[in-house]
Design a protein around this ligand. Structure first.
Ligand code: PMV
Length: 363
């Protein structure tokens, strides 16, 4: 498929007003996306676990308007009108309007809320852009009821990508690949797909406990970080490594080899941060407690033999990953030894989920 396949032809229906509502989850990458080309095309493929509990719920109210010269929308977050969210949404609309040309024909009200605290340091852009993209494609489906379920999901992921790259992995569950990889059939730079190959029982309902080490906003945004991969001395080797790690994960997913899984996932997390530390300008997003937690996890794993590991996103928080069967023991370890490093003792218990869900659809 190419971008052109997402440009609609004619719509068979018209719609005066209505409302659609979706919830979309956050996701955590195992092989990381870091570095992009124009139009949010990733420099390397990535794979993620879709989460279950960290979600954004968005309702899009729409009514037809006379003047079609510009976008017309208001955004409410957790009940409050948010003027400061508008520029980001406007940029998103500008990027996607050629694929959903009806955007200027409607006046919109966007009502959004997160199931996780806004100031948790958890990026809400993946779940937020995912939910909004799904609402927009839902409206398009009303104008073109023939749209198939498969195309619907691809288009939602395609649009979400234009909002925030990793958001394209927040439509499907439970494992999602984004970025063309020669050994993964159907993989594309344009949208995320559900991982199509065999997945062992060990990974079913995998747990992710998110330790909130630093709830503040990041000093360096992801978009700045991605851009620093241009002219990065290790960029080409890093992009090649991501391809290799994804290829290595295939037999790991199929056979349930947790030892290999841990090695790949932890190495990916540290490599992501190594890229930040070796870019110009260089920067560090980990905090002292991030390292304390990593060391505690390594000690715990060594002494108990339990397959618990960590990953990081572009921040100081630590995602602790482990199989469901070890939940009781690992949670006890987290409570006894790791919670002390969390800001105000806060952490979020999550696990792998099935992807976005439609909540309502009223005309
Ligand atoms: O989607 P963005 O532009 O916020 O970038 C996300 C980058 C990482 O979270 C660090 C890695 C990833 O693949 O999600």
């Amino acid at each position: 498929m190419t971008e052109k396949d997402f440009i609609p032809k004619r719509y068979s229906e018209s719609m005066e007003h209505g409302s659609v509502s979706w919830e979309a989850p956050s996701n955590i990458a195992l092989v990381k996306y870091w570095g992009k080309k124009e139009h949010q095309i990733p420099a390397n493929p990535s794979v993620s676990f879709t989460l279950k509990n960290c979600r954004t719920i968005t309702r899009l109210d729409f009514s037809k308007k006379e003047n079609q010269s510009d976008f017309d929308f208001e955004i409410y977050f957790e009940g409050n009108k948010k003027e400061d969210f508008k520029p980001k949404i406007k940029t998103f609309f500008e990027r996607i309007v050629q694929y959903v040309p009806f955007l200027k024909e409607y006046k919109f009200e966007i009502h959004s809320e997160n199931t996780f605290p806004h100031s948790s340091g958890i990026a809400s852009s993946a779940s937020g852009m995912g939910a909004l993209a799904l609402c927009v494609v839902s409206l398009e489906k009303k104008l073109n009821p023939e749209m198939t379920e498969g195309f619907f999901r691809k288009k939602a992921s395609f649009l979400a990508r234009l909002g925030s790259g990793s958001a394209c992995r927040s439509i499907e569950g439970d494992i999602v690949v984004w970025g063309k990889h020669k050994e993964i059939q159907g993989s594309s730079d344009l949208f995320g797909i559900k991982y199509p190959d065999e997945v062992h029982e060990n990974f079913k309902n995998y747990q992710d406990t998110i330790l909130l080490v630093d709830k503040g906003t990041k000093e360096v945004s992801s978009s700045v970080g991605h851009n620093l991969m241009h002219n990065h001395p290790f960029a080409e080797a890093r992009f090649a490594q991501a391809h290799e790690n994804l290829a290595k994960l295939k037999p790991v997913f199929a056979e349930g080899d947790l030892k290999q899984f841990i090695e790949i996932v932890e190495s990916e997390a540290l490599t992501l941060h190594a890229m930040m530390m070796s870019s110009r300008p260089y920067f560090i997003l980990m905090k002292p407690y991030t390292l304390e937690i990593i060391n505690k996890i390594w000690n715990f794993r060594k002494h108990t033999g339990l397959p618990v590991c960590f990953t990081l996103d572009a921040g100081a928080n630590v995602h602790v990953l482990y199989p469901e069967k070890d939940k009781v023991k690992v949670l006890e370890f987290i409570k006894n030894e790791l919670v002390a490093y969390c800001e105000n003792g806060h952490y979020i218990c999550d696990s792998v989920g099935d992807g976005a869900k439609q909540l309502s659809d009223d005309n």
